[in-house]
Structure formats: C-alpha cells, structure tokens
Design a protein around this ligand. Structure first.
Ligand code: NAD
Length: 244
C-alpha cells in the first residue's frame, strides 16, 4: 500500500447533513427555500437564486434574512462523527494536512479541527463591501448596518456567492500541488472551482478518494469511491489512516 505524507481533504454540505443542516443537492435535485413573509404570504425560492451578488443588490432584505436564519440554526446543531473523526486526524496525523471546507457552518472548528480553511466564507462573520473589514457576528445583520471600521452601510454576510471567487485559492492550490492524497467528502462536484480540485490534485500526482452518499458528478475522476453516510465512512477511513 502506498504511503502518504501530505493530505488535502475537501468537505461539502454532505458532511453536515447528518447534523441536521440540509444540503443544496441530493439525487441531483436543487433545494428550495420556503418561508412565510411578514404579510403571511407563503414564498418559495430556488436556493441558488438567493445566494448571488445580483440577489443581494436586488433584494438585500431577502438575502440577509436567508443567512440570518441559517446562522440562527447553528445554535441547534452539533458536529457529527465525521467532523469528530477529521478533527482527530488533524490532531494525530504527523504529516501535512489541510481541510478545505465549502461549508459556511462552524462544525469543523467546533469539533476541534484547526488545520482548515473556509473557501466559501462563514455564517458567523460579516464583511464590509466598502472597506473589506471582517467581523464576528452572532446577531442578525439588517441591510444598512454601518461598518464598525469605516461606517459605510455596506455590511454583508461573509459568504462567497455563486459567481464570486472563493477565498484562499493560492494556499489551496499550493497544498493540492504538494498533496499525495486528496479526499473529497460529501460534495456533489457541481460547484467550481472546488469540483476541479480532484483533477488538479491528480495531475500533480496525488491519489484521489471520494467518500459520498452517492456517486458525485465528478466521480469518474477519482481513483476510488466509497459510498455511504459520512458519519460511517469518515471514521472508518480515519482509523485506516492512523493505523497505517
Ligand atoms: P451539495 O448540497 O451540492 O451536495 C451535497 C452532497 O452531499 C451530495 O452529493 C449528496 O449526495 C452528499 N450527501 C448528502 N448526505 C450525505 C451524507 N450523510 N454523507 C455523505 N454525503 C452526503 O453540496 P456542496 O457540493 O458542498 O455545495 C454546494 C454549495 O452549497 C457550497 O458552496 C456550500 O458552501 C453550500 N452549502 C453549505 C452548507 C453548509 O454550510 N452546511 C449547506 C448547504 C449548502
């Protein structure tokens, strides 16, 4: 069996599904956000239509409300066995390791992971669109809230919307170039650039492994795919890695 030194792990919404945070796509279906507005009228939006810079410009109340509800929802969820297992690998793996999450929840860090990056931002942070300052936020973010640093009324959720450039791309690409193992967990392979990481890692010579509930769109690019719930597959794989 091949020996590994440097690991990059990409996680997606599927790793948090068993904690009770819904994914955007399962069985290829797009999710809808359904709610009742302040006039008591039922509303339904494609989630992908709410998470865009165009939606923020056209209807800031709607976009802020969507993310405020998601941030509030974090209070009632806990890391699951998959987050715990990755945190254990982070503590015990002697080589290089980087967990890159597409998730905006805080379950990896609450499980204790430290060698990690949020490439799509974080629900518990706000970003000033005027000066670029970032702030931790536990409360709601009404549109027009002034920035504590520059006072411009342009605070927005610190989230990378569809169509925006993810954070930390230089660090991620450097880690992928040095990795000898790339593992993708609970991601549909539909959102780029993350969906392209498997081909990048493979082109640089890494072995590639997918752990997902079902075959993802990019499944054919992986050397190996293991199918099942993350709460079972991830602890098994971590045990394998730590007993090599
Ligand atoms: P996705 O919603 O597009 O796909 C989720 C994948 O997880 C699917 O392939 C599904 O089969 C798999 N899955 C579902 N339950 C699983 C389980 N129990 N175990 C293992 N796999 C499981 O997710 P994505 O590709 O990560 O994301 C698209 C975008 O949506 C990302 O930008 C992400 O930030 C955002 N998102 C984030 C969260 C979150 O922060 N928790 C939740 C939903 C969407």
């Amino acid at each position: 069996m091949r020996d590994y030194e440097s690991i990059v792990i990409l996680t997606g919404a599927g790793i948090s599904a068993e904690s009770g945070i819904p994914t955007f796509r399962t069985h290829g279906q797009v999710s809808y956000w359904e709610y009742v507005d302040t006039n008591g009228v039922p509303k339904k939006h494609r989630v992908e239509d709410v998470c865009t810079p165009e939606a923020l410009a056209a209807d800031p109340e709607l976009v802020h409300r969507f993310y405020d509800l998601r941030r509030a929802g974090l209070a009632s969820v806990e890391p699951n066995a998959a987050h715990e297992a990755l945190a254990r690998l982070d503590r015990e793996w002697p080589g290089a390791l980087l967990i890159v999450t597409q998730n905006v929840d805080d379950l990896h860090e609450r499980a204790g992971a430290t060698r990690m990056l949020h490439m799509h931002g974080a629900l518990k942070q706000a970003l000033c669109a005027a000066c670029g300052a970032r702030f931790d936020r536990g409360d709601d973010l009404p549109p027009g809230t002034p920035c504590p640093a520059c006072a411009a009324p342009r605070l927005r959720p610190d989230i990378v919307f569809f169509g925006e450039i993810p954070y930390h791309m230089h660090r991620i690409e450097t880690a992928l170039a040095q990795a000898d193992l790339f593992v993708s967990i609970g991601t549909s392979g539909a959102v780029y650039p993350a969906a392209g990481f498997v081909r990048l890692a493979s082109a640089y010579g890494a072995a590639t492994l997918e752990l997902n509930l079902e075959r993802s769109e990019g499944s054919g690019w992986f050397d190996e795919s293991r199918l099942g719930p993350a709460s079972q597959l991830v602890p098994q794989w971590v045990e394998e890695m730590l007993s090599r």
